[in-house]
Design a protein around this ligand. Structure first.
Ligand SMILES: NC(=O)C1=CN([C@@H]2O[C@H](COP(=O)(O)OP(=O)(O)OC[C@H]3O[C@@H](n4cnc5c(N)ncnc54)[C@H](O)[C@@H]3O)[C@@H](O)[C@H]2O)[C@@H](O)CC1
Ligand SMILES: [K+]
Length: 518
């Protein structure tokens, strides 16, 4: 997993590097700027910097200092570079020294007169191949307004490739939100670690592709991080090879409490996700009309009937015998019977419980009720559902997804999967993992049902937290495989499930080892 840090953590990392590790700040800045210049040369200038026009827009703090290093480095590679200082004079010594060093090699330093017209500047920016945004980094502490905001809007209008240093100026490094206005970059070079804001839906749109460069201090020296970004090897490590004598029930039997008349598709997709996700068996536990509708359609999936009324809890208990995980909610309904069923499972089922869709709606403003599961529940809300659980709007959730997920996990004493681009998975003990897979192809009806079923399948053998993050990763990876083979659209929820064996094959490389499969 890759550590993802907050603004405060990053500033503490820098202070540690300079103080305890005795690496001079000027060296860190040189490393940062050199790393960024290499990324820009390779990714934005096609490996041919000579004769290309680059404008580096520098603030007066250390982000601006990084900008002057980039300017000097690219100039020495043959690019035609202008560096602009936005403000009267550098405010930090390292910024001043690097501005002088750029001027010292014959570089042109211009000053942007924020009170004047930006007309002349606009013409120069219009001719640039690359614009480097070095106005603000982690020092941003208030909304950008007035002439500075206008300058950023002008940068955003330009056709040049825009590269942000550390964070796009105006992006909140912790939440990804725009503070006043923000640079919309094609790519961002982040120093030492990715920042939380880079891995939020809004921040990812501002940042473009994020490259992380080393600044010469081992990341391992510093363990404080707000979240971890998933990598393929993390998922590979928890997916243990199956023994040669795997049995369908040892591989895990998932119960799916889902479906109501008109919504049996949700139950089917969920069970299909569980089976393609590796469950040995799946049983849909549902109302009589739904069971009748399902029985004519399912082959590999079993059904069990439950009725509203006095027999309900006994019927559920009988249906859940020997199940390792229950997924409840997809298309299940929100009536009295559904409520009684969901609450009964929460307070009695000994395995892992995945609560999705209607199981979440039933507990609006009462997220604490999930603590009845004693830490064995996994909740799978999108921002709207989590908003209802916490009594907030979905905009308030999106404004700070990390805090929302962490708060929800603590209050529910459950694992929370906050869905969206860069899904956040939070554990009740405060650990937070961010997903690195997935794309717009996954925005399709029923995708959530498949994720819930897949999570249930993995929960048969993994802890709730591991099952949650591994499922999210695999689900996204199925979307990525679809996009690679087709496009970022046209995928159905069944396709997501059907893509899972291929994802397993590429992760585990088991395609050739058929003898080991159950
Ligand atoms: N030694 C270090 O600490 C290192 C820092 N590095 C760079 O330094 C950056 C942080 O530098 P700084 O802490 O100097 O901060 P910034 O360069 O991000 O910001 C500088 C100044 O902007 C002002 N400011 C904040 N918000 C504003 C607003 N909305 N409108 C107008 N002015 C505003 C602040 O008061 C501050 O003086 C990092 O993002 C990174 O790019 C790198 O060089 C690596 C090493
Ligand atoms: K920046």
């Amino acid at each position: 997993m890759i550590p993802v840090v907050s603004r405060v953590e990053m500033r503490a990392f820098d202070a540690h590097a300079i103080g305890a590790c005795k690496v001079p700040s000027l060296v860190l800045m040189e490393n940062a700027g050199r790393g960024a210049a290499e990324v820009i040369e390779r990714e934005a200038l096609g490996g041919r910097p000579r004769g290309k026009r680059v404008v580096v827009v520098c603030g007066t703090g250390n982000n601006g200092g990084d900008g002057f290093v980039v300017a000097r480095r690219l100039a020495s590679r043959g690019a035609i570079v202008e560096a602009w200082l936005v403000g009267e004079a550098p405010k930090t010594q390292d910024c001043q020294l690097n501005m002088d060093a750029f001027a010292g090699i014959g570089g042109r330093v211009g000053r942007v007169d924020l009170d004047g017209s930006l007309g002349g500047r606009r013409a120069v920016l219009g001719k640039a191949d690359v614009i480097v945004d070095a106005i603000f980094g982690t020092g941003l502490d208030r909304a950008i307004e007035g002439p500075l905001a206008r300058l950023i809007e002008v940068i955003n209008e330009m056709a040049a490739v825009k590269v942000a240093l550390d964070v796009p100026s105006g992006m909140n490094a912790d939440t990804g939100a725009t503070m006043g206005t923000a640079v919309i970059a094609d790519m961002t070079v982040s120093f030492a670690h990715p920042k939380l804001g880079h891995v939020t839906p809004h921040g990812a749109r501002l940042s473009g592709h994020v490259h992380v460069v080393d600044i010469g201090v081992p990341a391992s020296l510093w363990t404080a991080r707000s979240a971890d970004l998933l990598e393929a090897r993390d998922v590979r490590a928890v997916l243990l090879p199956r023994p040669i004598d795997a049995h369908k029930y040892r591989a895990g039997h998932v119960a799916v409490l889902a479906g109501s008349p008109g919504k049996v598709g949700a139950a089917l997709l969920c069970a299909h996700g569980a089976l393609r996700g590796g469950a040995g068996a799946a049983t849909i536990v549902t109302w009589p009309e739904s069971a009748t509708a399902l029985e004519s359609r399912v082959v590999e999936i079993m059904t069990a009937r439950i009725h509203e009324g006095s027999e309900l809890t006994d019927q559920i208990d009988a249906a859940l015998v020997h199940k390792r995980a229950v997924v409840m909610g997809p298309g299940f309904g929100t009536g009295d019977g559904a409520r009684a069923a969901v609450n009964h499972v929460l307070s009695t089922f000994p395995g892992t419980i995945v609560a999705d869709a209607d199981a979440l709606s039933l507990h609006a403003r009462a997220i604490e009720e999930f603590s009845a599961a004693g830490g064995r529940a996994i909740l799978t809300p999108h921002a709207g559902e989590l908003g209802r659980l916490l009594g907030m709007t979905s905009e308030e959730i999106e404004a700070d997804r990390f805090t929302a997920a962490r708060t929800a996990a603590a209050r529910a004493h459950a694992v929370v999967i906050l869905k969206g681009a860069h899904t956040v998975i939070a554990a009740p003990d405060g650990r937070v993992v961010v997903n690195s897979t997935g794309n717009a192809a996954l925005a399709t009806a029923g995708a959530g049902d498949v994720l819930a079923g897949l999570t249930g399948a993995l929960a048969c053998t993994l802890t709730p937290f591991e099952a949650a993050w591994a499922a999210v990763y695999l689900h996204g990876a199925s979307g990525d495989a679809w996009k690679e083979a087709n496009a970022d659209r046209g995928m159905t929820a069944s396709d997501i499930a059907d893509g899972l064996p291929g994802v397993y094959a590429s992760l585990l490389n088991v395609g050739h080892a058929r003898g080991e499969r159950a």
